[in-house]
Design a protein around this ligand. Structure first.
Ligand code: M6R
Length: 364
């Protein structure tokens, strides 16, 4: 039931504040300011590497999580798309653990990666939205996302709930590995607890984003740029746009611009820049200046501080509240989903069931 929404995707975008809060509460004790003691098939302090495999949007959630595990837990992460991971015949060290991320829990390439790790004797955990799925059954432990059923082929609430679980796990790993002190744990848990409120604030930007989407629906190509955790988000923005609006879009690490894609920039190329005012901000702004100097049209997704500092002509800005760094990927996911959604609505595509795609990809 879509309720009063035009599409399941719209409904699922709007459910995010609630389901993110629900998911976080499963992993975090907000009252005590602690990560919960969830049963793990391995101890984070006993492993020296975490291998992540997933496909599509789930892979991009894992790609954000790599930054978190490395930053908060000093745990090296190896991540690959399922279709590569399964055939890499990666040498797996005895002190590693494997993590799989899948909304459906049925994705063939992710499942095959899991079975490869099983054959290598590594402990296996999975972040899944469907607890009765094959991936869930074949894992030693599951970390559920409590997103509820996701009907739209384009993943939205499952993605932000995956991010919520992974952020909580990264903090937990940091605690177990001795890199997050009790005070830091309390602070990070408080920051995470604020994600639903900021997601609600992001949803209120719908009128402005719809206007920008009207313009975006006129173009043939678009580029998304970001650094740090905003790099996988740039790829997620591009994936979302291409899968439902059929506009060709690419997501790039902003620093890669001058290694090729800058050749594409002219007045017909919109560039969507995802840049909260964080440690990477100044570098991303200089990439934006390179785009502006070549006549590229910029849509900057930032916060109030970022908007104050980045003054570039011919730029549109989507301004989110200033949010703690750890929740930025969760909050910034919403405007990029909305931008793709409204663009697809203007294009008149079948938003919930885009051509050539299936909700669950059970063949390789
Ligand atoms: O069910 P899964 O999370 O394993 O699915 C993985 C991908 O097929 C999925 O995320 C796909 O990329 C989505 N259509 C993206 O919106």
């Amino acid at each position: 039931d879509k309720g009063n929404h035009r599409h399941f995707m719209e409904k699922e975008i709007h459910e995010q504040p609630e389901v993110i809060g629900h998911t976080l509460a499963h992993y975090l004790d907000f009252v005590e300011g602690r990560t919960r003691d969830i049963p793990l098939p391995f101890d984070f302090s006993q492993i020296d590497r975490l291998s992540i495999s997933a496909c599509g949007t789930a892979f991009l959630a894992g790609s954000v999580a790599r930054y978190w595990f490395e930053r908060y837990a000093r745990l090296p992460v190896d991540i690959d798309v399922g279709s590569e991971f399964r055939y890499r015949e990666m040498p797996i060290s005895p002190n590693s653990a494997a993590l799989f991320i899948s909304q459906s829990g049925e994705t063939a390439d992710t499942l095959a990666s899991l079975r490869y790790c099983r054959s290598q004797g590594v402990p296996i955990a999975a972040v899944v939205n469907v607890p009765e799925s094959t991936i869930a059954r074949e894992s030693d432990a599951i970390f559920p996302t409590l997103a509820g059923p996701e009907i739209g082929v384009a993943s939205t609430k499952a993605f932000t709930c995956q991010l919520a679980v992974l952020a909580a796990l990264a903090v937990r790993a940091g605690v177990q590995r001795g890199h997050v002190s009790p005070e830091q744990e309390r602070e990070l848990v408080r920051f995470l607890s604020e994600a639903p409120r900021f997601a609600t604030a992001a949803l209120k930007l719908d009128d402005q984003i719809e206007k920008l989407a009207r313009e975006l629906s006129q173009v043939k190509h678009a580029l998304y740029l970001g650094r740090g955790t905003s790099f996988p988000l740039a790829m997620e923005g591009a994936l979302k746009l291409k899968e439902i609006s059929y506009i060709h879009a690419e997501g790039y690490a902003a620093g890669e611009l001058k290694h090729g894609p800058i050749a594409l920039i002219d007045e017909n190329m919109p560039v969507i820049v995802i840049a909260p005012h964080d440690r990477n901000f100044d570098k991303t702004v200089s990439n934006m200046q390179e785009v502006a100097a070549r006549g590229g049209r910029i849509i900057l997704i930032t916060d109030t501080e970022g908007a104050r500092r980045a003054t570039i002509n011919a730029m549109e800005t989507i301004i989110l509240p200033d949010v703690p760094e750890i929740i930025a990927p969760i909050v910034y996911a919403l405007p990029i989903q909305m931008l793709a959604y409204f663009t697809a609505v203007f294009m008149g595509t079948d938003v919930d069931q885009p051509r050539n795609l299936a909700k669950s990809v059970t063949v390789e």
